[in-house]
Design a protein around this ligand. Structure first.
Ligand SMILES: Cc1ncc(COP(=O)(O)O)c(C=O)c1O
Length: 445
């Protein structure tokens, strides 16, 4: 499909008369692709029983983001002409790939205030999180048997902790407040002499709240406990600095920040040195500095994609929706949040119907990993959100390339759909008549 698209874009570009703007496009294969008009294949299709005539607006940037054309341009040579294995020490192909990997490593290190020697490439934040949580605990297992984390971490951190529990380690899953923020005193109180790791994510993937990273880092320093953070949703969105946060390990992901899918990075502090037990043999050790071969081609693009401070405009969406609808609740702290991740609940509507009705906007009902289940999100439950409201939650993920027109269109479609569902809702009618539905005693049959 990608080859077809690429071929069709190139054909269209080459068939055009060479004006200055088409010449500009010729220079960038990736830009040519993004500006190409939709091909016939895009016009109508049926997926999962739904006839789709146009691509929906994409507002699901926390699930994944499009590759920035500049990143794709930086990557393509390493697929086509410079395809050497960076570990090949005997020829130009290997040397130039090795150089590309080192450039990417330095670019990523620069972004987080680290040394390039502290960056290793992985297949994504899932792998980085697994290495951090399981790798640290297994390395120090003789003395350290306890991990502190929070109830709202990404599933791969929680599952790594469960795995450790099955092996006899103990884990404290800290609760969070209604705003999704961890209570620092509870965190302090949970640290024990045998605590080997504190793992708290920087920006939550479902609700966008930002944890007090510096304060957590200070507590970890006070108790001399290594601090790991899953910063997959933080890099490129909020300032990230490994020294200011006092982290020993940090997980990063390419595809959340306009980089390639299947490539991530792990920061591992050298002073004081953090050690991990390798989770995979033969391809990954920091000591040997041998990243998996598959990472090299695409890591060339990663350093290019991870640029800090480009925020999505969630304010515009929130103000737009609130100007026309009542009963809209922001899940998680309003003050401490990344603006491009807006998780809203709509009172008196049925969640599934809302999502189905919003088929012209690609959004998610919580994280991509859990949105297939009808269970309300465990993150919202940890915040104490009512089950009804948790069921109607929608995460709007706004990104670097989202336009104001797209946000306004998303507002219009959301308002239309919520209005339509509320018109059919007896509960909403009662609320409009001034009845306090919380006081009603429903009879059960
Ligand atoms: C906070 C967080 N951590 C980890 C991951 C997993 O990232 P990856 O897809 O790079 O393995 C995600 C993405 O779903 C995420 O949002």
């Amino acid at each position: 499909m990608a080859t077809k698209l690429l071929a069709s874009a190139l054909r269209q570009t080459l068939n055009k008369k060479t004006t200055s703007s088409s010449l500009h496009r010729c220079l960038s294969t990736a830009a040519a692709l993004t500006t190409a008009p939709p091909s016939q294949n895009d016009e109508a299709m049926t997926i999962k029983g739904l006839k789709i005539s146009a691509r929906p607006l994409y507002l699901d940037m926390q699930a994944t983001s499009p590759v920035d054309p500049r990143v794709l341009d930086a990557m393509l040579p390493y697929y086509l002409a410079r395809y050497g294995n960076p570990h090949s020490r005997t020829h130009l192909y290997g040397w130039e790939s090795d150089q590309a990997v080192e450039t990417a490593r330095s670019q990523i290190a620069d972004l987080i205030g680290a040394s390039p020697k502290e960056i290793v490439f992985t297949s994504g934040a899932t792998e980085s999180n697994n290495i951090s949580v399981k790798g640290v605990m297994k390395f120090y297992k003789e003395k350290k048997r306890h991990v502190v984390t929070t109830q709202t971490e990404h599933k791969c951190v929680l599952d790594s902790c469960r795995h450790l529990q099955q092996e006899g380690f103990e884990v404290t899953y800290l609760p969070v407040g209604n705003d999704g923020i961890v209570d620092l005193e509870k965190l302090r109180g949970s640290i024990r002499p045998d605590t080997g790791l504190v793992s708290v994510m920087a920006v939550n993937n479902e609700i966008g709240v930002i944890q007090p990273m510096e304060e957590i880092g200070k507590i970890c320093r006070e108790f001399n406990v290594p601090f790991h953070t899953d910063a997959a949703q933080a890099l490129g969105k909020i300032p990230v600095d490994v020294d200011r946060w006092n982290v020993s390990l940090m997980s990063l992901s390419g595809h959340k920040i306009y980089g390639p899918k299947g490539v991530g990075a792990l920061y591992m502090r050298r002073r004081p040195r953090i050690r991990v037990e390798a989770q995979m043999n033969g391809g990954w050790t920091r000591e040997g500095d041998k990243e998996r071969d598959s990472a090299y081609a695409i890591s060339g693009g990663n350093g290019r994609g991870m640029r800090a401070g480009e925020e999505g405009d969630g304010e515009r969406l929130l103000n737009g929706v609130r100007a026309k609808l009542d009963g809209v609740v922001v899940n998680g702290s309003v003050e401490r949040r990344y603006a491009g991740n807006l998780n809203l609940s709509f009172a008196y509507v049925e969640g599934e119907s809302l999502l189905m009705g919003l088929k012209d906007v690609a959004v998610s009902s919580g994280s991509a990993c859990t949105s297939a289940s009808l269970e309300p999100s465990y993150v919202l439950r940890a915040l104490g959100v009512d089950e009804d409201m948790a069921h109607t939650s929608i995460r709007f993920g706004i990104g670097r390339f989202t336009t104001e027109e797209e946000i306004d269109r998303a507002v219009e479609l959301t308002v239309q759909q919520v209005d339509k569902l509320r018109e059919m809702s007896p509960l909403y009618e009662m609320v409009k008549e001034g009845i306090d539905i919380k006081q009603i005693q429903w009879s059960q049959h």
